[in-house]
Ligand binder design. Structure first.
Ligand code: MN
Ligand code: MN
Length: 313
């Protein structure tokens, strides 16, 4: 399957991610772009169920060559939009997670590399349940929050807990997990105790700026090494001046350029999948957060295409 995005104006047509062809024929593609319009795991302001549609819209601004790295992902891999992982029961959380996982099972079986747009951060758990079933993967996690919380208001499953559950289920290796950009107040000093106790590398935003972004990039590579790696990007890791349209903003975050620099460094990792989560269009009247989400997805596509091509020799 080939496509030429230069054939029609970018404001026209039915929006798919980055104007790639929509397809349900998994054998036609190498990288699957997927929307997960679900926010049943949100603890405060909802709205990320509208994320995929707005990210698709803003992603029409993406082009075909990464000017900074020279990577042209559509020349390296066949890329398609395979639609939305719509839960069968969107108002019932564990059932919704089950149907999100079911959407990814054939993606995994076909050997595709998925790059997803959420949705709240709870969606990464069912994605990992499908993609990491053959053993724990390393995790590069950009976020203001560790998301390794426990039972909250009677539920273990919410957008503040996916990575605790992912460790308990053997989906991620905590010693090969790095969490970057962590900040904000806590409701309990031990809120992210699980991250530290399990051996995750937690980089608070304070340490991020003491180290500098180049040293953070080195630290990502030291922690992850050559392990199969999933990358998850919560837009609230960015400072809310760059990404105001999100449910749980925390001031004092990293910049869009720092995020791009970090993602661009990941091309030599063995990436098996990635996502961008927590874009909430109801709080994003200018569309800038959806544009930022689409741009981070594009950066993730570029490094994933390089990683996939290297893995295939
Ligand atoms: Mn998160
Ligand atoms: Mn967060």
């Amino acid at each position: 399957m080939s496509f030429d995005p230069k054939l029609q104006p970018r404001y026209s047509g039915i929006p798919t991610f980055m104007r790639t062809p929509y397809t349900t024929e998994l054998s036609e593609i190498d990288i699957a772009l997927i929307g997960v319009p679900f926010d049943g795991g949100v603890t405060n302001r909802t709205g990320t169920r509208h994320g995929p549609r707005e990210v698709r819209n803003q992603s029409s601004l993406m082009r075909t060559v990464n000017q900074s790295t020279g990577v042209a992902p559509f020349e390296l891999c066949r890329v398609g939009d395979i639609g939305d992982a719509v839960p069968d029961s969107p108002f019932e959380l564990t059932g919704a997670h089950d149907s999100i996982q079911a959407f990814y099972e054939p993606v995994k079986a076909a050997g595709l590399l998925p790059i997803s747009a959420g949705g709240d951060h709870s969606i990464t758990l069912p994605i990992l349940r499908a993609m990491a079933k053959d053993g724990p993967v390393a995790l590069v996690h950009f976020d203001a929050h560790c998301d390794t919380g426990d039972n909250y208001l009677g539920s273990r499953f919410h957008h503040g807990s996916p990575f605790k559950i992912a460790v308990e289920e053997g989906l991620i290796d905590p010693k090969r997990t790095i969490q970057i950009g962590i900040r904000g107040g806590l409701t309990d000093p031990n809120q992210w105790k699980f991250s530290y106790d399990s051996g995750m590398r937690v980089i608070l935003i304070d340490e991020f700026y003491q180290m500098g972004v180049d040293a953070v990039i080195e630290e990502i590579h030291r922690v992850v090494g050559d392990a199969r790696t999933y990358v998850t990007f919560d837009v609230d890791g960015l400072d809310p001046v760059y990404a105001p349209g999100t449910g749980t903003p925390e001031v004092g975050g990293f910049t869009t350029f720092e995020a791009q620099k970090m993602i661009r460094s990941l091309a030599d990792l063995d990436i098996i999948g990635a996502d961008v989560v927590e874009v909430a269009p109801p709080f994003d009247p200018s569309g800038v957060t959806a544009l930022v989400g689409a741009t981070m997805m594009w950066e993730l596509l570029c490094v994933s295409a390089v990683a996939l091509q290297r893995r295939r020799g």
